[in-house]
Write a protein that binds this ligand. Structure first.
Ligand code: ATP
Length: 328
């Protein structure tokens, strides 16, 4: 079976972007592949979360993943920090990553622009840690959203560089994956950027939002007065969301209205809000139920970590040998 790895940073509540960019694929892949899915708690440290919040965030995200359809019997679901081999590989790969290429990464440049007071080395080397997460299991497929495309390219570069330097065909080049080819990008409701855990919170739909908050956010979504002709981006965004959570028939109806020039965006948003409530509600309720059973969540994490460590430590044995750390 091909090996699959993907992670989500423990920086807040999961949202529709995480779901459609990542988790929806996880759920489909769990039957077909050998899957390692993790909560990226180390990755979240670059923005210095309050220690009081960290454990709660990680546990809730385990619950959210299961509520969204992940079966912990089929996949390894674990916390990144429970697999120290990832840190060892990260340290080794850091010697093959160049400062210049890391500084050029658009997500790094954006973080520097938004937060010039916290340009730490962890932020700079984020793509190296991400490459380690993936390569430590010698994975080939990585289900992620469009925003991660470039990081995947870097992971392939590091893998290739390692293979070349140590004269071995050891790490496969991991590829970003989505069922249906194009990687997904869910735009934020205000049309500025993408939905995100830590930014744009009133314009992001979270899997934990209650029904009224969902309605409020959707009704405030950016639309337009245009009808017919070329579709403005804000309207295309509403159609994208409706196609993902709604029924084909309602999408078709509003599309016809748009083409005929009779569309009423208030009506479209009301429909979208109800589709969204119906989609998010069951995941939210299931998450709340799972969160009550910390023992069960811990059991999932321990079993996941054990499986991930077995795979990661086997890789590290080979890596150390290839590098020449092989003394006894
Ligand atoms: P943060 O706000 O903390 O940067 P994030 O919401 O961008 O977090 P990540 O933890 O960086 O989420 O990413 C987890 C997964 O979700 C990745 O596979 C990423 O590609 C995907 N993802 C995040 N936002 C979106 C989005 N708006 N559309 C599609 N996929 C997304």
């Amino acid at each position: 079976k091909e090996i699959v790895v993907s992670g989500i940073r423990s920086t807040g509540f999961l949202h529709l972007g995480n779901y459609f960019g990542a988790i929806r694929n996880y759920v489909r892949m769990q039957d077909e592949f050998n899957c390692y899915f993790f909560i990226a708690d180390w990755h979240s440290l670059t923005t210095h979360p309050d220690p009081k919040d960290l454990a709660g965030n990680v546990l809730r995200m385990v619950a959210e993943n299961v509520a969204a359809g992940l079966d912990p019997e089929k996949v390894a679901l674990f916390a990144q920090s429970d697999v120290p081999e990832i840190a060892e590989l990260y340290m080794l790969l850091n010697t093959l990553a160049y400062k210049g290429e890391l500084e050029k990464v658009p997500t790094f440049k954006e973080k520097v622009r938004l937060n010039p007071d916290n340009v730490n080395a962890g932020l700079l080397t984020y793509p190296v840690l991400m490459a380690s997460d993936i390569l430590v299991h010698r994975a080939t497929k990585v289900p992620v959203g469009k925003d991660q495309e470039q990081h995947l390219e870097m992971a392939r570069n590091f893998a290739h560089r390692f293979n070349t330097r140590y004269g071995a065909d050891f790490f496969p080049g991991p590829q970003a994956f989505n069922y249906g080819d194009n990687l997904v990008r869910i735009p934020s409701l205000d049309g500025a950027g993408k939905m995100s855990k830590s930014e744009n919170q009133m314009a992001t739909l979270y899997l934990a939002d209650d029904d009224d908050l969902i309605r409020k956010k959707v009704m405030k979504a950016k639309s337009d007065s245009a009808a017919g002709g070329e579709m403005p981006e804000s309207v295309a965004n509403l159609f994208q969301l409706m196609s993902l959570v709604g029924h084909a028939a309602t999408v078709a109806k509003f599309r016809e209205d748009f083409n005929a020039g009779t569309i009423r965006y208030g009506d479209m948003k009301k429909q979208l809000a109800e589709d969204m409530v119906a989609f998010i509600g069951p995941i939210r309720e299931k998450t709340l139920e799972l969160q009550k059973d910390k023992v069960y969540l811990n059991k999932i994490m321990r079993a996941g970590a054990e499986k991930a460590r077995a795979s990661a430590s086997a890789t590290l044995v080979e890596v150390r040998k290839l590098i020449g750390i092989n003394y006894y």
